[in-house]
Design a protein around this ligand. Structure first.
Ligand SMILES: Cc1cc2nc3c(=O)[nH]c(=O)nc-3n(C[C@H](O)[C@H](O)[C@H](O)COP(=O)(O)OP(=O)(O)OC[C@H]3O[C@@H](n4cnc5c(N)ncnc54)[C@H](O)[C@@H]3O)c2cc1C
Ligand code: FES
Length: 251
């Protein structure tokens, strides 16, 4: 087992969309407290294979945590997530975490959570843990998932699909009005987060969870750096949550 990793057991691994899975891991180390298992915005490096190919573990955000079960939502993108999707309840996988800095939950006022695609994962946990008045904006390409779960935790839920199969036809940013909010949190494709920031700049602060490709996940390899107003910063160690004020979004 790689240094710092622990082996835990899969409680369930259910397909909830075409390439979307909900993975629940039973954390056996009973001394883990809520704080130890991670807060919204933090992530784990997952490794569901013994072999050296793929070489790197894969970063996945915590989508929720209850008792000693951590829930992840993931989309099959390539080899790593494909292997994880084939694992069954009772199988084990290696995980390292929680890693990175989460979102600040000590927020007052009206809050908007804006997700694009599988960027919904950390926002689900945010919606559960935040106190107060929350509007959740979820943008999907075609297929909508997990919105019934979110509905219980928010005041208003807005849905968009690019093909118009459910909710607003188009992009989720077309429904969003920055002036209504005291704070905005977002996770999803870079063009969406950039658009959110362009709309909010000078009106309301925005915090974004960046999803760069990662290698070590612990700040040692500089494989995940992004450009910020303070220079190059590591998404895994200095983030993944950054104020959009600091992030340099490229076209
Ligand atoms: C902090 C963090 C949290 C994340 N949380 C989640 C999550 O909760 N759920 C989830 O499904 N995914 C999440 N991701 C993205 C996830 O890590 C990648 O999709 C995964 O590593 C792809 O591995 P793979 O082996 O399946 O695909 P690979 O074979 O590694 O890649 C397949 C394709 O996906 C692209 N890709 C790989 N990684 C990323 C990435 N980070 N961003 C954009 N494109 C990428 C590659 O360029 C390639 O085109 C997160 C990433 C980070 C950094
Ligand atoms: S992945 Fe190695 S420094 Fe971030």
């Amino acid at each position: 087992m790689k240094k710092g990793y622990r082996r835990e057991t899969i409680y369930s691994n259910n397909q909830i969309g075409k390439d979307i899975f909900e993975l629940k891991i039973l954390v056996n180390s009973l001394e883990d407290s809520y704080e130890d298992m991670g807060k919204p915005g933090q992530f784990y490096m997952l490794r569901g294979w013994e072999a050296k190919d793929p070489f790197l573990s894969r970063p996945i955000s915590i989508a929720s945590q209850s008792g000693n079960i951590i829930t992840f939502l993931y989309e099959i993108r390539g080899k790593g997530t494909h292997i994880i999707s084939k694992l069954n309840p009772g199988d084990t996988l290696e995980l390292l975490g929680p890693l990175g800095n989460g979102f600040d939950l000590d927020i007052q006022g009206k809050i908007a959570l804006i997700s694009g695609g599988i960027g919904i994962a950390p926002m689900i946990y945010m919606a559960k843990e935040l106190e107060g008045d929350i509007d959740f904006y979820c943008g999907f390409r075609n297929e909508v998932y997990y919105t019934d779960v979110i509905r219980e935790d928010v005041d208003n839920l807005f849905i968009s699909t690019e093909n118009g199969s459910l909710g607003h036809k188009g992009f989720i940013t077309e429904l969003f009005q920055p002036k209504k909010y005291d704070m905005v949190f977002t996770c999803g494709p870079i063009p969406m987060m950039k658009k959110v920031w362009e709309m909010c700049k000078g009106i309301v602060p925005v915090y974004a969870s960046m999803e760069n490709r990662m290698a070590c996940g612990v700040g040692a390899c500089l494989g995940c750096v992004i450009e910020t107003s303070r220079g190059m910063e590591r998404v895994c160690k200095d983030g993944p949550v950054f104020s959009c004020e600091e992030v340099v979004f490229h076209d």
